[in-house]
Design a protein around this ligand. Structure first.
Ligand code: SAH
Ligand code: SF4
Length: 416
């Protein structure tokens, strides 16, 4: 099976010069379409209507379905039940019948790393759908802060886009995650942190309070699954993380930005990274399809944005590339009229990259300029830690989090 076109493959060797940054480099790889559900599918990630339909298919009487759906929903998303046996309010026979046909499985955790500051990174294994092919892997990161705990969730294995500074973009294999695999990441975090609603915590509050779609993949290229998953994550009879505490980051898939506001209603983050089309074409090649002016117009039109619900603009700090004061000036100018926050992200280097992170001095100068222009960050310290932000450098390999990665991930938890 060839997951990506041969033409695109040749652009993905990170040890060679990054030819994918060329003006004529292919815009996108092709995602693997095949998804073979397991013989016994999981109910995780299905809407209530879909669960009712599945129950109908195994002979549950129409009059019973609504009640059964409610029971299952509660056990799966409030209590975090891992099997039907735990669901004691459901009759034994019904549980046996459910178990015959379904599971409540989530992605399998193959590695867990816990850093000194409590940041946790899980490597998750997903079925490849092909016995001859290696299982697919994605990462999910939990970043605890004093007033919140943020979970960074992936939407795809790899990414079809080729942003020249992003390690995920160099991954060859790309497949969309199912809604169940996306919700499943939140469930895995709750499992591992012992964070389900019926478990006692010192403050009575949950550990996972915020979700950011900033892991692997472009969420707006997997729109339906991301929408279905986030609606379940936000459902207040279940996991119950409010839409205001969920942020979706996109590299700028313009047609789906408005849909995100209309159909999901979560907070939006936009990976801007450059203020001129010429440079953005190189950093975020998708810009050739949806240039800056169109992207900003979609942001102006974003349903539900206001000064209280600002759009986050992510800006990766690349030494000598996009970090001049002129860039900062233009950035401030172009965001005029948009309820915006700016998140400066220190570049996270990876093997084979040609970019470097901007010098700290320059990050501070840049940050000071935008601060003086009225863009503040929620946490500010004299050393300028306030401007650290999302990292997004996820890749499917087990390795220790570097200090910089940890700092960037911690700062990502401060996005709102
Ligand atoms: N695909 C989406 C979401 C995932 S990436 C997007 O691009 O928005 C999350 C964030 O991390 C994005 O802003 C992305 O541009 C940024 N990022 C990617 N690689 C990075 C790196 N090596 N260093 C710092 N930030 C990076
Ligand atoms: Fe994909 Fe986002 Fe990385 Fe670009 S920055 S390659 S869109 S994950």
């Amino acid at each position: 099976m060839t997951p990506v076109s041969a033409e695109t493959n040749s652009t993905l060797d990170a040890t060679k010069a990054p030819v994918y940054a060329r003006a004529d480099a292919p815009l996108e790889k092709i995602a693997l379409e095949i998804y073979v559900p397991p013989a016994k599918p999981s109910l995780v990630g299905l809407s209530r209507a879909e669960v009712a339909e599945r129950l109908g298919a195994i002979g549950v009487a129409p009059a019973q379905r609504k009640m059964r759906v409610q029971q299952l929903w509660h056990w799966i998303y409030v209590r975090g039940a891992k099997n039907f046996d735990e669901m004691t309010s459901i009759s034994r026979e019904m549980r046996a019948q459910l178990d015959q046909h379904f599971t409540v499985a989530r992605p399998e955790v193959v590695a867990e790393q816990v850093s000194n500051d409590g940041t946790r990174k899980w490597l998750l294994r997903l079925p490849s759908g092909d016995a001859n092919e290696k299982a697919h892997e994605v990462e999910c990161v939990y970043i605890p802060e004093t007033d919140r705990g943020t979970l960074c969730v992936s939407s795809q294995v790899g990414c079809t886009l080729n942003c020249s500074f992003c390690h995920t973009g160099t991954q060859r294999l790309v497949r969309n995650l199912t809604a169940g695999e996306i919700v499943g990441q939140v469930m895995v975090a709750r499992d591992r942190l012992n964070d389900w609603a019926d478990r006692v915590t010192p403050t009575g509050s949950r550990l996972v309070t915020n979700v950011v779609m900033m892991g692997m993949g472009e969420p707006l290229y997997n729109f339906d699954a991301v929408r279905d998953a986030l609606l379940i994550v936000a459902d207040n009879e279940g996991i119950g993380i409010s839409r205001r505490r969920i942020t979706l980051s996109t590299s700028g898939v313009v047609p789906n930005i408005i849909r995100t506001g209309d159909e999901i209603g979560v907070m939006l983050a936009v990976s801007l990274h450059a203020v001129r089309d010429e440079l953005r074409n190189e950093l975020v090649p998708l810009n050739r399809k949806y240039p800056i002016a169109e992207l900003l117009q979609a942001c102006r039109d974003y349903p539900g944005s206001s000064n209280a619900r600002r759009i986050t603009f992510e800006y990766v700090m690349l030494k000598g590339v996009n970090d001049s004061l002129d860039d900062a000036k233009l950035l401030v100018k172009m965001l005029k009229g948009i309820p915006a926050k700016i998140n400066l992200i220190p570049f996270n280097p990876w093997p084979g990259t040609r970019y470097e992170c901007s010098d700290w001095d320059q990050i501070e100068k840049f940050s000071e300029y935008i601060f003086n222009a009225g863009y503040s960050s929620p946490v500010r310290t004299p050393r300028g830690r306030d401007i650290l932000a999302a990292c997004g450098q996820l890749k499917s390999e087990t390795e220790k989090l570097s200090v910089r990665e940890r700092q960037a991930l911690r700062a990502m938890a401060m996005t709102d």
